[in-house]
Design a protein around this ligand. Structure first.
Ligand code: ADP
Length: 399
């Protein structure tokens, strides 16, 4: 069975065609700058790469590129579109209603659209992606929505409520939802296997997804009890360009002083802050490390601030969990940044965590990075959100 996994953004459409027989990626690619000028990249399992500068006025035009690349020309991997059994979509905001993946119906599309109020950039794009997929593949190919928020729905109210007037929760569903749920779910499940407790009973795990966007989740008995991202993916600690948590009055103060509109303030918090905003160098960790090595003090400050914020969250979650059995690092930075992992684990030496400095040098591969006598185990586990989406899709259409 072959499943097409779609991640539709406002101006991009990423895809992977996965053969579930062996869970092999046959092709993957990205339609970038949809509605602007357009760039299409398609890569096959055997190393063929196609890149085209081509105008894609909307998501339907982007889907045409994907379709054609899959079945014809140099990047062909299947003979006909009928080989695609189903389509799985990443959906950022599933609200309180969706605590698991679902088959997409008209009602689900309506819900995703209505939830745009909570994730304007993402959910609107997902609806466009779903409609474009229907136009390209027809109504008979089932589609599934996999929500970034779903895995965090096990949080108790004391963790997901904000300390503002209850009426805003009632009126607008303002609360913590959490994101990257598909990734936290994948790596925590793998961690529980490595701990020899696949059902999760009695376990306390902290999963750290460190990428351009970053979040941490605390899991008790395999279920999320708290996570750093909030109503939107802005909360938590400093990320590539996002601020993470700041004193809320900073926002009001700056809007007033600088005369910023809501949209401008949103840009400041989401695009001009974090590692980029503090260092003034880049949002990319590799550039930050280069700058630190070249003696850039603000890059070092950005690094230290982020590490300190993470250490505080991890420490807080250990208290919330009443201890911790394992910590997992994943995503671009989590999988590739030994120094950050070391700093976090060394902060837990008072609890008996012991880094295995040699094993911690690992990049992008699964490894246990603490010593056998460490009181806390730590793992690097490469994430695979697309595979989770494909597995959920297969499971739902097989029912
Ligand atoms: P996204 O949230 O966009 O999916 P990723 O998970 O790909 O982000 O993470 C991007 C971050 O990971 C960037 O800051 C990048 O510098 C860092 N990163 C990726 N690969 C490496 C590497 N080999 N070494 C160090 N950092 C890396």
């Amino acid at each position: 069975m072959k499943i097409l996994v779609i991640n539709a953004g406002s101006s991009s459409l990423k895809y992977q065609l996965i053969d579930m027989d062996g869970e092999k990626v046959l092709a993957k690619g990205n339609c970038e700058r949809i509605g602007i000028d357009g760039k299409f990249t398609h890569k096959t399992f055997d190393g063929r790469v196609i890149t085209k500068i081509i105008e894609m006025p909307n998501h339907t035009a982007a889907f045409d590129q994907v379709k054609n690349a899959l079945i014809s020309g140099e990047g062909k991997v299947i003979d006909s579109l009928s080989e695609v059994s189903a389509i799985g979509h990443r959906v950022v905001q599933g609200g309180s209603k969706y605590d698991r993946s679902v088959l997409i119906t008209d009602e689900v599309i309506k819900d995703i659209d209505e939830l745009s109020a909570l994730a304007p950039l993402h959910n609107k794009a997902h609806v466009q992606g779903i409609n474009a997929a229907t136009a390209a593949f027809g109504k008979d190919v089932p589609q599934v929505a996999v929500f970034d928020t779903a895995f965090h729905q096990t949080m108790p109210p004391k963790a997901y409520m904000f300390g503002i007037s209850y009426e805003y929760y009632e009126k607008y569903n303002v609360r913590r939802y959490g994101f990257h749920g598909t990734s936290h779910r994948y790596v925590s499940a793998r961690c529980l296997e490595l701990l020899g407790k696949p059902d999760g009973k009695g376990t306390r795990v902290i999963t750290c997804h460190f990428g351009n966007g970053s979040s941490i989740a605390a899991l008790k008995d395999g279920k999320v009890i708290d996570t750093t991202m909030g109503l939107t993916p802005l909360d938590g600690f400093m990320m590539g360009t996002r601020s993470g948590a700041v004193d809320p009055s900073v926002v009001l103060f700056l809007m007033e002083k600088e005369g910023l509109t809501t949209k401008e303030m949103d840009d400041v918090l989401n695009k001009k802050s974090g590692m980029y905003g503090i260092s003034g160098v880049s949002s990319d960790d590799r550039d930050i490390v280069d700058a630190i090595n070249a003696g850039n003090e603000r890059a070092k400050l950005a690094w230290d601030m982020r590490a300190y914020q993470i250490i505080k969250y991890v420490g807080g979650y250990i208290s919330a969990l009443g201890g911790v059995d394992a910590i997992v690092f994943t995503a671009g930075i989590g999988e590739n940044q030994p120094e950050l992992r070391q700093e976090i684990l060394e902060s837990l030496s008072y609890l008996g965590a012991k880094v295995d400095y040699e094993k911690n040098q690992v990049h992008g591969q699964e490894a246990e990075i603490t010593t056998p006598d460490s009181k806390i185990r730590a793992f690097v586990i490469p994430t695979n959100e697309e595979l989770v989406i494909a597995r959920d899709t297969m499971e739902l259409i097989s029912k």
